[in-house]
Design a protein around this ligand. Structure first.
Ligand code: SF4
Ligand code: SF4
Length: 383
C-alpha cells in the first residue's frame, strides 16, 4: 500500500524510531549483500532517512546510500515492526529533492531527456516505431484509430528490448483484438517518481491523463513492470478520478487463450522464470504470478523456479535507475542471481529486467540468454 507518508513527519519519525535494530531486513537486501556496506542496507538507509526528516545534514556517502536502493520492496516483507522501509526511503528522496539536495546529476540528465524526448533511455522520438514492420506501419492509424484500448509500450520496449513491443503487437493482431498504439508515446514517469522528483513526476502524470482523456482511452495494456506499477498504483494515489483499467499484456493474452482466440502449440523447452518486483511483490497481484507460468506451460515449456520465487524473487539489479549510480552493484546482483539459474534461458515479463540481464551477462562474460515472455508465446502461436 502506498501512502503519502512524507506528508506526516511525526508519524514518519515514530515509524522509523520503532525500529529495534534486529537487522533482519539486511539479510534479504541484495544491495547490502553484495556490498557489505551498512549505508546500502535497509536498516542503514532508515537511519539516513531519519536524519533527512530531522533536518540533519547527510554526507555524500549517505546520499548515495539512499540512491542505491532499488526500491524492490524485499525488506518490507521481513520487518516484524511493519515499518514501510522502502516507502520511507523513497519519501526521504522526495524530501531531499524538495530541499534541492537531490537527485544526482545522472538522474537530472535522464529527467531532462524525458522532458525533451519523451523517453528515459535517450532514444530519438523519430525512431520510436522502428520496431514496427512496414507491412503494419502502412495500415496503422495510431492516434486516429477509434479504439478505447491503448497498447502502451513504454521506453524500454520501444527502444531497447524492441521484441517486447513487436511480439505483443503481433499477438494482439493475430488474435483480432481491437487496440491502438501511439505514434508519439510519452514516458509513464515512473523513473522521475523513483528519483524523488515528485513535482515533475506529477506534471507528467497529469499530462498523460489529459492525453488519455483526449484520445478516449478507457483501457491500458502495458508491457513493462515500471509502467504497470506507475499507472495502476502511483497515478491512482495522486489522481483519485483516474479510472482507466490497467492490465499487463500477459493478463490480456491469458484471457484471449481462455476464450480460444489464441492457440498455443508445444515448443519443448526448459527455462527459468523471474518475477519482476514491480509486477509481483510491489504490485501484489496473484494472477501475475500464476498466469505467466500457466501460459508457458501451455507453450510446452518446463519452468524452473529461482529458490525464492515468486514473492521474494530478487530484483534484477536495475530498479530505480541504480545502474547509473553504481553499475558495479547491479552487475554483482545479476551475477548472484544468474548463479542460481540452471537453464540457459531466463525469462521475465518486464523489459527492464531483460535489458539488465543482458548487460549483466555481457559484463560477467556468462552464457545466459534473457528473453521477454511473449517471444515464446508468439513462437508457439506460429508453430
Ligand atoms: S527488520 Fe524492521 S525492526 Fe528490524 S532492523 Fe529492519 S527496519 Fe528495524
Ligand atoms: S527496497 Fe530493496 S534495495 Fe532498497 S533497502 Fe529494501 S531490500 Fe534493499
Amino acid at each position: 500500500m502506498i501512502n503519502d507518508i512524507d506528508m506526516d513527519l511525526n508519524r514518519l519519525l515514530a515509524e522509523i524510531n520503532s525500529c529495534i535494530d534486529c537487522k533482519e531486513c539486511n539479510e534479504i537486501c541484495d544491495t547490502y549483500r553484495v556490498t557489505n556496506d551498512e549505508l546500502k542496507s535497509p536498516n542503514g538507509r532508515l537511519k539516513i532517512a531519519e536524519k533527512v526528516f530531522s533536518n540533519i545534514q547527510i554526507t555524500e556517502e549517505q546520499r548515495i546510500g539512499l540512491y542505491t536502493c532499488t526500491l524492490c520492496g524485499l525488506c518490507d516483507l521481513t520487518c516484524q515492526q511493519e515499518i514501510r522501509i522502502s516507502e520511507i526511503i523513497h519519501s526521504s528522496k522526495v524530501r531531499l529533492v524538495k530541499e534541492d539536495k537531490a537527485p544526482l546529476e545522472i538522474h537530472n540528465k535522464i529527467i531532462r531527456g524525458i522532458i525533451e524526448k519523451d523517453n528515459s533511455v535517450g532514444g530519438n522520438p523519430e525512431e520510436r516505431l522502428n520496431w514496427l514492420p512496414e507491412s503494419y506501419k502502412t495500415k496503422e492509424l495510431f492516434e486516429k484509430k477509434d479504439s478505447d484500448t491503448l497498447l502502451f509500450l513504454g521506453c524500454m520496449s520501444s527502444f531497447r528490448v524492441t521484441e517486447s513491443a513487436l511480439a505483443p503487437y503481433e499477438i494482439l493482431k493475430l488474435a483480432d483484438f481491437d487496440f491502438k498504439i501511439l505514434e508519439r508515446e510519452p514516458c509513464c514517469g515512473e523513473y522521475v517518481y523513483s528519483a524523488g522528483n515528485l513535482d515533475i513526476a506529477k506534471k507528467i502524470f497529469q499530462e498523460n491523463i489529459e492525453l488519455f482523456k483526449t484520445l478516449g482511452v478507457k483501457n491500458l495494456i502495458v508491457t513493462c513492470g515500471g509502467c504497470l506499477y506507475a499507472f495502476d498504483k502511483i497515478y491512482r494515489k495522486y489522481f483519485k478520478d483516474f479510472n482507466i483499467k490497467v492490465r499487463h499484456i500477459i493478463e490480456v493474452i491469458y484471457e484471449l487463450e481462455e476464450i480460444n482466440k489464441i492457440t498455443l502449440k508445444p515448443l519443448n523447452k526448459r527455462i527459468t522464470y523471474h518475477d519482476a518486483c514491480r509486477i509481483g511483490r510491489k504490485y501484489k497481484s496473484g494472477p501475475l504470478y500464476s498466469e505467466p507460468r500457466k501460459l508457458l506451460d501451455k507453450c510446452g515449456i518446463e519452468v524452473k523456479e529461482l529458490s525464492k520465487n515468486p514473492e521474494e524473487c530478487p530484483c534484477c539489479g536495475a530498479g530505480s535507475g541504480i545502474r547509473g549510480v553504481d553499475s558495479s552493484i547491479c552487475i554483482k546482483i545479476g551475477k548472484e542471481l544468474f548463479s542460481n539459474v540452471e537453464s540457459k534461458e531466463i525469462v521475465t515479463s518486464c523489459p527492464l529486467c531483460v535489458f539488465n540481464f543482458r548487460y549483466v551477462n555481457y559484463k560477467n562474460q556468462m552464457d545466459k540468454e534473457s528473453k521477454y515472455i511473449t517471444d515464446y508465446i508468439l513462437d508457439s502461436m506460429k508453430k
